[in-house]
Every structure is written in structure tokens, then in C-alpha cells.
Design a protein around this ligand. Structure first.
Ligand code: M6R
Length: 604
């Protein structure tokens, strides 16, 4: 995710910008840049790629200015490129702007500004801010920023400098974090505390709608144009903890970020009881599609398993889920009526890319579901749905998976809606249930303590089972992978009805089993399978909807809030992620970087 830094004081700002941005690298980014103000001129240096590229570019410069703003960009509007990197100038290079978040009405603003003669260089939403400041500036940057925020919708943390006001930086936040750090004769600005922690522990945490003007000696904060007294916040934690937002591991942080990530995936896509997926507008022959393949690896493949059920259930189109490394070599039957959906958090997984190319060679349309703008998959696919989970750092995928599931529902519902399979009332009921999911995930997360206690028992075992039917089986596979991947406990996921055809032989006294039973239609069948493992001594944790009384059948119960059974995977996987995490902690594993694994698998 993007990062912001700013400095004003007696020291050269450029090295401080680079140092601050380096503390934000953990958030993920694809370009970086700084703007330095000196002698009534603003110099912007920016580069696509790693911070090291920017550092090399700066070596050739002699920037001694003592006012600066900097940014690391994680592409949203427009690919990762030099032009799209921040900071952005206005036409006259009188202002420079950095921004995190999304300006939702930027297209209409941009159109107007272009008609008025403004020249745009980038594809970003951010650049409209620089031009808006230019248009409305009447000699007071603070007043101008107050005016501009009245014209924009969306989420933003923004900082602006003006060549004619070299004594201050003006910044504002709404729905995107921004802090002001207070030093002695110098002041700082950052989207995240780690960026400034080396210099100060005294900060103002800006609230939504607050605008700050920062000089080297004074920081003033305004709300609705009125100056306010801000309470000082003293940072007590260390830099490493701060990067993880106070969580001990990125994985736990990412698990707890899931409600926010889901909201981002749904944002703007669930409107008036229907699905809006502008990304699908260029799909060809929507009514002729007669087969959907979901193709992916690992966790993303598990999202595809859910996608298959969702598409068959909602849109009534035959669907398959395939592992990319198998699909690419098995000469699948594909033609121009086939839609291949490749799912990849990174968008760089070698097998997924190869499978996608194979599908395109055979004439299929390819839709990519990915988290990374500008990734190979997103560039080569015919259509792209971004999941907007934000950067995922832990090797074990959690929030990316949940948002992939969300994308599966949006996509399945879109197909059903456009092909007239569901009535508007049915569609509206599902969209309502989807909207409730982020809140329900928050409720599930409240049970972390209970899952942690259970995990301590699991951590003592070397084998475990996850069983379920239908969508529960798909989630069981993800739960099993998560446990193996980070705790190194051997786990099997089994279709509950298939156990007695062999695997039941492995069920012995005390072996831990999670039995998922959220699918009402086959609930009784699953209960029979639970009894089969209980009779052989398994220690069973039942995962059911609230209000379902399963306590007589199992040893432990984890309940998830009620929703439409089709949507249950988004909730039922969360306790399994926590179970894997806490079991791994109890076994002293390197949770964020499990042995032998890499975050992005770019080799076959
Ligand atoms: O970046 P991708 O989604 O294409 O990655 C696919 C798999 O490598 C990935 O999901 C992997 O299985 C995760 N480490 C599982 O947590």
C-alpha cells in the first residue's frame, strides 16, 4: 500500500525522505518519489521499482532543500510506471502532491480540468489534486486545500507543497491514516508511525477531515476550517512492532485486516441490490459462454473451488476448478465459448501464467482475479477483477484468499444477473448478505482466544484432519493447507462422505478433526460422518452456524454468524486461519516465512 513522508526543518530533506520511505517498504510498493522545495522551485525525482532506483537517481542530484514530501506507490489507478509514480506536479510546477487512497470522482474532475486546458501526464486519480490546487490557489495553500477537499469524494491522505510558500507543508486525511511528528525546530509527516519513529515519538494522529499546516516550528490542525487543539500521542512501541501495526506477525495482522479488505473488495460493486462490475464490460459473447474454468495454485486454487460451486449454483453454467500446473499440460477442451478465470494474489505465479497463455492460445477469453495492479497476469488477461486486499506480506495467504472468495461471489452473481438466471429479488437478497459479511468476519475474529486454546492442543499432534461436504470441503482444503504450511503438522482434507473408503483407517484415539457443517442441505449426512470419526476416538471440533446445536455430537464447537450457506466459506475459513496461526506459534515456527516456501512462486 502507498506510503507518505514529509519533512520541514534545518536539515536537507532528501535523505530524510528516503530514510522514512525505507521504513514503509514493508507495506509493498512499485515506485517511489520525492519532491524537494528550494529557492522557490520544486524538484521532483521519482522512479518505478525499488527504493534503490530512487536512491541511485538522487546520487546524480544536488538537492539541499529543507522541505520535502515523499511517497511509495502501490498501483491502483494506472500501471506501475515513472509517470504514475508520486509526487505529481500541476501544469506550472508550482505545486507537488502525494496522496494515498482513491479519489472516486476523479474522472469527472479530470474531464473538466482537461476541458479548461490542464495537461495531465499520468493515469492516476492523484494528479487531479495537483491541478485542482493549481486552479483554486489564491495565495493561501491552507485555504486552497480546504476548498479542494470540498470538491473530491473518496478516501485520501494527502500532502501538498507550494513553491511560493516554502515555509510550510499542508496535509489532510479522510479514511486513510496520516500522522504529524513533532520535533525540535523540525516537524515530520507520515502515513505510518515507523517512518518517523527514529526522530520523534510525539505525534498528532490526524482524524478524518482534519487539515494540518506544518512549519518547522509550529503545527496547526483545523477541522471544518476552525483551528482545534490536538491531543499529543506518545508512541511507546518499537519500530518493528509498529510496522506490523502492533501485531507480532504479519500473518496475524493480515487475518485481522480481513473485514477492511473485504469492504474494499465490495466497495462500489454492490449497488441498489445488484452487482456492478465495470471490469466485465468488455466481455465477449456473455450469453454464449458454456463453460467456466477456474485455474490457480495453492490457496488461490481453493478460492477457485468455491468459484466453481458459486458459478454453477448461481449462474447455472458448468464450471471446473483446476490446478494450474495440471491444467497447462492436460490439453483441456477449450474454445471461444470457454471463460477461463485465473486467480492469483501476486499475478506472477509461473504455472498460473503458463496456464493462462495456454487457454488464450486455445481461443478462450481469460479473466484474471488478482491483487496486484500491473502484474503479469493482469497485463495479459482479457479482463481483470482486482481484489483490493492491499499488499499481503506473510507467505501464508489469508486476506488475499478472503477477497478472492468475495470476487468469486461478485463474478458468479454478475453472470447470473446478466444472463437473467436470478430474479432481482434473489440478487438483492444475496447482495444484502454479502454486505453483512465484513461485520460477520469481525464477530468471528472475536473468538480468537478460544481458537488459540484449541490450537495449543493441536500443536502437540503430528496429524490432523479437516472434513466437510460441498463448500465445506473446499474450505477444509484451505484449512488443511494453512495448518501444514506454517505449523508443519501433517493434515488431510477429506470429503466427509469419502472417509470410509480408506482414510477412516487413519483415525485413531485423540486425533484432532475439524468438521465443517455449514451446508444445510447435507447437514445430516455430515453429522453421520462426524459420528464415524467420533466412534474411532477422534477429538472433533464442529464448525457450524450460530444456533445449530451440535454439542452432543462433537467435543468443541466454533460457531459463525448466520448467513446464506453459499457464502459460509468467507466466515468458516477464518477460525481455520487462526487455528493454523496459533498452532504454528505454539510449535515455534517462523510463521511469516515458513521453511522451503516463497511468497511468489515464479518458477515452474
Ligand atoms: O500469488 P498466487 O495467488 O498465484 O500464489 C499461489 C500460491 O502459491 C499461494 O496461494 C500459496 O499456496 C500460499 N502460500 C498459501 O498460503
Amino acid at each position: 500500500m502507498c506510503g507518505i513522508v514529509g519533512y520541514i526543518g534545518p536539515k536537507p530533506a532528501a535523505p530524510l525522505m528516503v530514510e522514512g520511505l525505507s521504513k514503509l517498504e514493508y507495506r509493498g510498493y512499485d515506485s517511489a518519489g520525492i519532491a524537494i522545495l528550494e529557492d522557490h522551485q520544486i524538484e521532483i525525482i521519482k522512479r518505478k521499482g525499488r527504493l534503490a532506483e530512487l536512491v541511485s537517481a538522487l546520487e546524480a542530484q544536488d538537492l539541499t532543500g529543507k522541505v520535502g514530501i515523499g511517497h511509495t506507490r502501490w498501483a491502483t489507478h494506472g500501471k506501475p510506471s515513472h509517470e504514475n509514480a508520486h509526487p505529481h506536479y500541476d501544469c506550472s510546477k508550482s505545486f507537488a502532491v502525494v496522496h494515498n487512497g482513491i479519489i472516486e470522482n476523479y474522472q469527472e474532475i479530470k474531464k473538466k480540468l482537461i476541458a479548461e486546458g490542464h495537461k495531465f501526464i499520468s493515469e492516476t486519480d492523484t494528479e487531479v489534486l495537483a491541478h485542482l490546487v493549481e486552479k483554486h490557489y489564491k495565495g493561501d495553500l491552507l485555504q486552497t486545500v480546504h476548498h479542494v477537499i470540498g470538491l473530491i469524494d473518496g478516501a485520501y491522505a494527502m500532502a501538498v507543497i507550494a513553491k511560493d510558500e516554502p515555509e510550510r507543508i499542508v496535509c489532510v486525511r479522510k479514511d486513510s491514516p496520516l500522522v504529524v511528528g513533532l520535533g525540535e525546530g523540525e516537524n515530520f509527516l507520515a502515513s505510518d508511525i515507523p517512518a518517523i519513529l527514529k526522530h520523534t515519538r510525539k505525534v498528532f494522529l490526524l482524524e478524518d477531515g482534519e487539515v494540518a499546516t506544518i512549519t518547522k516550528d509550529v503545527v496547526e490542525v483545523y477541522q471544518k476550517g476552525e483551528k482545534i487543539d490536538k491531543e499529543l500521542f506518545k508512541v511507546t512501541w518499537d519500530a518493528e512492532a509498529a510496522e506490523k501495526g502492533g501485531y507480532p506477525h504479519f500473518m496475524l495482522k493480515e487475518i485481522f485486516e480481513q473485514p477492511r479488505a473485504l469492504r474494499a473488495t465490495f466497495k462500489g460493486r454492490l449497488n441498489n441490490g445488484a452487482v456492478t462490475l465495470d471490469e466485465m464490460r468488455d466481455i465477449k459473447g456473455l450469453d454464449k459462454i458454456n463453460k467456466v474454468y477456474f485455474v490457480a495454485c495453492g490457496t488461490a486454487y481453493h478460492a477457485g473451488l468455491v468459484g466453481k460451486d458459486v458459478v454453477e449454483n448461481l449462474a447455472r453454467i458448468p464450471a471446473e476448478a483446476d490446478i494450474a500446473s495440471e491444467f497447462r499440460y492436460r490439453d483441456p477442451i477449450i474454445d471461444d465459448k470457454t471463460l477461463v478465470v485465473v486467480i492469483s494474489q501476486s499475478g506472477e505465479t509461473a504455472d498460473t501464467l503458463a496456464a493462462m497463455r495456454e487457454a488464450q492460445n486455445k481461443g478462450a477469453q481469460v479473466l484474471a482475479v488478482t491483487n496486484v495492479v500491473g502484474s503479469s497476469v493482469s497485463r495479459e488477461a482479457d479482463l481483470v477483477i482486482y481484489t483490493w486486499a492491499g499488499p499481503e506480506i506473510a507467505v501464508a495467504s489469508t486476506k488475499a484468499y478472503l477477497t478472492q472468495l468475495a470476487a468469486m461471489y461478485l463474478f458468479g452473481l454478475f453472470l447470473a444477473q446478466e444472463r437473467g438466471i436470478l430474479t432481482p429479488k434473489q440478487t438483492s437478497e444475496i447482495t444484502k448478505a454479502l454486505r453483512e459479511l465484513p461485520g460477520h468476519v469481525e464477530t468471528v475474529l472475536e473468538q480468537a482466544g478460544k481458537v488459540e486454546r484449541l490450537a495449543h492442543e493441536w500443536a502437540k499432534r503430528e496429524n490432523a484432519f479437516f472434513i466437510g461436504r460441498g463448500l465445506d470441503w473446499a474450505v477444509a482444503q484451505e484449512g488443511s493447507l494453512k495448518l501444514k504450511e506454517i505449523s508443519y503438522i501433517h493434515a488431510e482434507a477429506y470429503a466427509a462422505g469419502e472417509l470410509k473408503h480408506g482414510t477412516l483407517a487413519l483415525i485413531t484415539e485423540g486425533i484432532p478433526v475439524v468438521a465443517l457443517a455449514t451446508q444445510g442441505r447435507i447437514y445430516d449426512k455430515t453429522i453421520s460422518n462426524i459420528k464415524e470419526v467420533k466412534a474411532r476416538g477422534a477429538h472433533v471440533t464442529g464448525l457450524v452456524f450460530e444456533g445449530v446445536d451440535i454439542s452432543e455430537t462433537v467435543d468443541e464447537v466454533i460457531a459463525i454468524p448466520n448467513t446464506i450457506p453459499l457464502l459460509a466459506p468467507i466466515l468458516s475459513v477464518v477460525p481455520l486461519q487462526l487455528l493454523a496461526y496459533y498452532a504454528a506459534i505454539a510449535r515455534d515456527s517462523d510463521v511469516d516465512k515458513p521453511r522451503n516456501l516463497a511468497k511468489s512462486v515464479t518458477v515452474e
